[in-house]
Design a protein around this ligand. Structure first.
Ligand SMILES: Cc1cc2nc3c(=O)[nH]c(=O)nc-3n(C[C@H](O)[C@H](O)[C@H](O)COP(=O)(O)OP(=O)(O)OC[C@H]3O[C@@H](n4cnc5c(N)ncnc54)[C@H](O)[C@@H]3O)c2cc1C
Length: 464
């Protein structure tokens, strides 16, 4: 198996496959540790790190424990305490991704993956629709090139998304969440003294929102997410990105207070964090995992969870296809549906969260609403039913599901708060048991990782 990319999606997929005895090579363009944004982790990824065997290394690394999240959202403020979550881990970590990703990659190598850093996949060869070989070249002046044949490919190349962008041309950007992020690292700040210990603070400002994430190296990651139009206008008014960033900080009382005694110790970094997805998450002989398949606005810190969740599904799917246990088409359909469900569920939550914002007459918040095109094909009720309890009319709602939820929240005065708590409580409906099967298949982890047919009650009853 060839895995492209050594981020959380690639290293977790490769580790799980190597532990199942598959000969797995991972090619990573950069040399680790390498910088990456995306520092705040949600607890639902812990069980997946447990399965890959990486959890103990992450737990021992000394990252800042994250007890939850604190929100100042319009005129609402509340804390989400992971300690109140039942049936799952009750805390997570704020990580420096250079260290976190390095740790996962080293764990992959220890698990038997042939990891090659500083090696970029430059081209893929196809036999019909099936990729069969990768052309690679050393980065950083090495100069060596070569070709690698494989039986199965997992593209975990992140936002570069080599298969979707270069070959399938299938990446589609959401009309909502066309945002830009500006961020930097501060030292000697005042503490974020709100919410549970180690919480991420999420604070809305008129044209966007801020994250403030305390890290174990003593810095605080402070980032602004704003609309591209606002950024353009602010740049025309204020000039450099730094000036736009600092001006926005002054609009958030909490963030301004936290950074007031501190010093900005990094350059202000910028990234367009537009959300996107692709039509299909796999095809003959390949799967797309993590950001290579889809990406979601970082409002609820779901990226690394989705990356590792898709890695688990991808490893189980790949293992079953290669063992000949499940017909490839069925397995790929299972993978697409399993990953898409989790992605869509997070996406409708992010969108509802923006929509329930009290100051939604602001252009920024209005621009975060899913357009009719974005909503097309979404299984909204499926996505919502798992998140929201007590919204009976949802069962029948189709087109109206979205508005029904927002209306329910507004009526109940519960705001985005209740929605978020429910989301974290419910976890992803992981097809990890026959009861949660998708298309008749589920992920079994014992005695080996793979897809297994769910034996229905009636079939079981008919057994001799
Ligand atoms: C502004 C912003 C804030 C975010 N905040 C959070 C957060 O707080 N919490 C969270 O969970 N997520 C957050 N995310 C999302 C998170 O960063 C990603 O979802 C996550 O990194 C996805 O992991 P991945 O393994 O799919 O991709 P990546 O981590 O991007 O890894 C992909 C790897 O592939 C390599 N690669 C690319 N092309 C090639 C090639 N051709 N050959 C070989 N290697 C290649 C790259 O070098 C890279 O190392 C944020 C994202 C943004 C933009």
């Amino acid at each position: 198996v060839l895995v492209i990319g050594g981020g959380p999606a690639g290293s977790t997929t490769a580790t799980l496959l190597a532990r199942e005895g598959f000969r797995t090579t991972l090619l990573e363009r950069d040399r680790f540790p390498r910088y990456h944004i995306g520092e705040s982790l949600v607890p639902s990824l812990l069980p997946i790190l447990g399965l890959s065997g990486a959890l103990e290394h992450v737990a021992a690394a000394g990252f800042r424990r994250k007890g939850g999240a604190y929100f100042e959202w319009g005129d609402e403020e509340w804390a989400l305490n992971f300690g109140e979550i039942t049936g799952g881990p009750t805390s997570s970590w704020q990580v420096t991704r250079a260290e976190f990703d390095h740790l996962l990659l080293e764990h992959a190598a220890r698990s038997g993956v042939e990891v090659r850093e500083g090696v970029e996949v430059t081209e893929l060869a196809f036999d019909g629709e099936r990729p069969t070989a990768a052309r690679w070249s050393e980065t950083g002046g090495g100069g060596a090139t070569g070709t690698l044949d494989f039986d199965f490919l997992v593209d975990a190349s992140g936002r570069a998304g080599i298969v979707a962008t270069r070959y399938l041309h299938s990446r589609r950007f959401n009309e909502a969440f066309q945002n830009v992020a500006l961020w930097g690292y501060w030292r000697d700040t005042a503490p974020i003294d709100r919410g549970p210990d180690g919480a991420i603070a999420v604070c809305s400002v008129p044209h966007g929102w801020f994250w403030a994430i305390p890290l174990h190296d003593g810095t605080v990651s402070v980032g602004l997410v704003t609309g591209k139009e606002h950024l353009k206008a602010d740049r025309a008014r204020l000039g450099a990105l730094d000036a736009v960033y600092l001006d926005a900080i002054s609009q958030s009382p909490l963030v301004a207070r936290v950074v007031a005694p501190g010093t900005l110790v990094s350059a202000v970094k910028a990234e367009q964090d537009y959300s996107y997805s692709t039509e299909t998450f796999g095809g003959p002989g390949y799967l797309l995992a993590g950001d290579a398949a889809c990406f979601l606005d970082p409002l609820l810190s779901t990226g690394v969870h989705l990356a590792t969740f898709s890695a688990l599904l991808a490893a189980a799917t790949t293992a079953s296809v290669l063992r000949g246990d499940v017909a490839p088409d069925e397995a790929i359909a299972f993978y697409t549906r399993g990953y898409r469900n989790a992605y869509e569920r997070a996406m409708v939550l992010v969108s509802t969260f923006y929509q329930a914002y009290r100051g939604k007459d602001s252009h920024f918040y209005a621009a975060q609403q899913l357009s009719p095109r974005d909503r097309q094909g979404l299984r909204l009720n499926e996505a919502f039913l798992n998140i929201v309890t007590g919204v009976e009319d949802l069962r029948d709602a189709r087109e109206g599901a979205f508005d029904a939820v927002v209306e329910h929240l507004t009526r109940a005065g519960a705001g985005s708060h209740a929605l978020l708590r429910n989301y974290n409580q419910a976890h992803d409906p992981v097809p990890l048991s026959p009861a949660n099967a998708l298309g008749g298949l589920y992920v079994m982890t014992k005695p080996r990782l793979g897809l297994a047919p769910a034996v229905t009650a009636s079939a079981e009853a008919g057994r001799p």
